[in-house]
Design a protein around this ligand. Structure first.
Ligand code: UD1
Length: 429
């Protein structure tokens, strides 16, 4: 298994191009199932999760062409996928594929809406908590689907099509909002989704669906209105920049005391994160090309943060912020409110010398003068990258194991960081 070797201590200086957002690319690719026409997606990141979803869609009969790069193309531009779901040969999403990536469960909505049936494996647990799918199922039931759980599979049927309905989520869920939104586009009549997720990736999906002919208003707010249409058409859409990748490199820069331009990043997608970074004494400026991040001479100041649904501070940056706070001058507090058990990085950060106390859903971090490199291992994507960030600021060598987690969500991580002066390499094996 590949490892990442980091020798810490170098400041990051230069430009890091920000890729298209994984969490937008996945639902956008799944939305292709809603139409017989071609959906063309630009700025799709080259990630293991995207490749896996290509396989999963391929299993349903979807043809996907990846456009190669031509001379003169921007070397940092994402890939363009031409997705053709004209013929759906199979409405089953099997366990061995769905269990590898939870988001693949989201095929259930579009398959049901267009084909009148879907059989999709329940995704099962994962390293950051139990992560049920009950809100997805309740939303589909509200839209008139007949659901049965059998041998680990959800069997959904709506032979006469789905019917518009009022869906009220008890708690904000990004995935369940995607499911309800996609399914409702082809339902008969109006659907209202209340307590909808306001994440920018939901808005991006809604914008693409509207280009495909869906009638949607209110995406980006807590109430989304969808007027169902009989069919959707093809469209072309560019995936929005990854706010989690942006926040991650901003924290890495703050951690090492450098000066980096995050090219193509959009400050409006991560206002709460920028606020927190500024409270921590990091200089963050919007420029024409993206976001410039610098640490001022005063070092890192401690902060108190709770994760929350958008526009709050994202749970997907919690581990990275914790890494940054290990170098703060004083005591910080970080509370995780979205996922139980999303503190797997704490023990690993402790191996680098971090002083972190856990009490239920709150971590108290005593900023340490220095971290020292060590072999570490992580169990999920964002936790792994927090260890990379910590390694960049630690003295000596850090070896991060189980790199496949990073490959799921960070495109060319070592290359992007080493171009800015980090000593980081992948060791194959
Ligand atoms: C998405 C993101 C993930 C991010 C998370 C929260 C993708 C591919 N993944 O995951 O990176 O960390 O949003 O911002 O976009 N819940 C239920 N029942 C459900 C669904 C969710 O109880 O049916 C709970 C979850 O356990 C969790 C909370 O709702 O406590 C939010 O989860 P949700 O927003 O659904 O996360 P995902 O969409 O899976």
């Amino acid at each position: 298994m590949d490892k990442i070797r980091i020798v810490g201590g170098n400041e990051l200086k230069g430009t890091i191009p920000i890729s298209g957002a994984k969490n937008a690319a996945l639902p956008l690719m799944i939305a292709s199932l809603l139409t017989e026409d071609k959906l063309i997606l630009d700025n799709v990141p080259r990630l293991a999760d995207v490749a896996l979803l290509q396989r999963i869609l391929g299993n349903h009969g979807v043809d996907i062409t990846t456009n190669g790069k031509r001379n003169g193309d921007d070397p940092n531009a994402g890939q363009t996928l031409e997705i053709d779901a004209r013929v759906i040969v199979d409405t089953t999403a099997p366990y061995d594929l769905v269990s590898r990536m939870r988001a693949s469960f989201w095929v259930v909505g579009p398959l049901l809406a267009r084909m009148g049936e879907a059989r999709v494996s329940l995704p099962g647990g994962c390293a950051i908590g139990t992560r049920p799918v009950d809100f997805h199922l309740d939303a589909l039931r509200a839209l008139g689907a007949d659901l049965e759980i059998d041998a680990g599979y959800v069997r959904a049927r709506a032979p006469k099509g789905l019917k518009g309905a009022r869906i009220v989520f008890p708690k904000v869920s990004v995935g369940a909002t995607h499911t309800a939104l996609m399914a409702a586009t082809l339902a008969d009549g109006e659907t209202v989704i209340e307590n909808a997720a306001r994440e920018p990736e939901v808005t991006d999906l809604a914008e693409c669906l509207m280009k495909m002919g869906a009638q949607i208003s209110g995406a980006g707010t807590s109430t989304i209105y969808i007027q169902g249409v009989p069919r959707l058409r093809g469209a072309r859409h560019a995936v929005l920049p990854d706010r989690i990748e942006t926040g991650t490199y901003a924290m890495a820069t703050a951690m090492t005391g450098g000066d980096v331009l995050l090219a193509g990043a959009r400050p409006d997608l991560l206002e709460s994160t920028i606020d927190i970074l500024r409270q921590a004494g990091v200089e963050v400026d919007a420029t024409n090309e993206g976001i410039r991040v610098r640490r001022n001479g005063a070092g890192i100041l401690p902060v108190e943060v709770s994760t929350a649904p958008h526009p709050g501070f994202p749970t997907d940056l919690q581990a990275q912020l914790m890494a940054l706070m290990t170098k703060a001058k004083g005591r910080s507090r970080i509370t995780e409110t979205i996922f139980e058990n999303r503190f797997m990085h704490v023990q690993e950060l402790a191996r680098l010398g971090a002083k972190i106390q856990l009490d239920g859903d709150t971590a108290t971090i005593e900023g340490a003068e220095r971290l020292t490199g060590a072999p570490v291992m992580a169990t999920d994507l964002r936790a792994s990258v927090s260890l990379v960030i910590a390694g960049l600021a630690a003295e000596g060598e850090t070896l991060v194991q189980r790199v496949y987690h990073l490959d799921r969500g960070f495109e060319r991580l070592e290359e992007k960081l080493s171009r800015c002066g980090a000593e980081i390499e992948r060791i194959s094996g």
